[in-house]
Design a protein around this ligand. Sequence first.
Ligand code: SME
Length: 160
Amino acid sequence: MFDFRPEPGQPKAETLRQLCDAADALTAGEPDSIANMANVAALLWEFLPGLNWAGFYRMVDGELVLGPFVGRPACIRIPLGKGVCGTAASTGASQLVADVHAFPGHIACDSASQSELVVPVLRDGAVIAVIDLDSPEKARFDAEDQSGIEQLAALLSERI
Ligand code: SME
């Protein structure tokens, strides 16, 4: 049995570090990318409070296609450059959005979403997927969250 959980009340940096350690332990030596994305989506949900969606979109034939996630059913295909995920995928840069309603072209999969963090996963310089986190709280994510999820993305580069 796996029992990865954050200690309540600890600093966020420590929780993000434990999240990466748990993801490392769960995906090490496992070649199946769907299994690895599914477990990491579950870890994101378990470790990060205040989310209403956590998961992956994968780059497939030049567009983003829904991958493993936790949350409400979501848009299946997102063109590059569209919405927060499509912008992260087309630029290769993380998107930290305090208010999704102020983001041009934001795609509302769940009307509860207020803020969003999307981090691309790169392999050999190309975007192979994005990690998408949504929150029903405005400005839920900060630079520390972005840095932690970017470390997670780097870890997953060769594992998804
Ligand atoms: N809001 C995202 C779409 C994905 S859902 O939030 C799961 C966007 O604008 O890219």
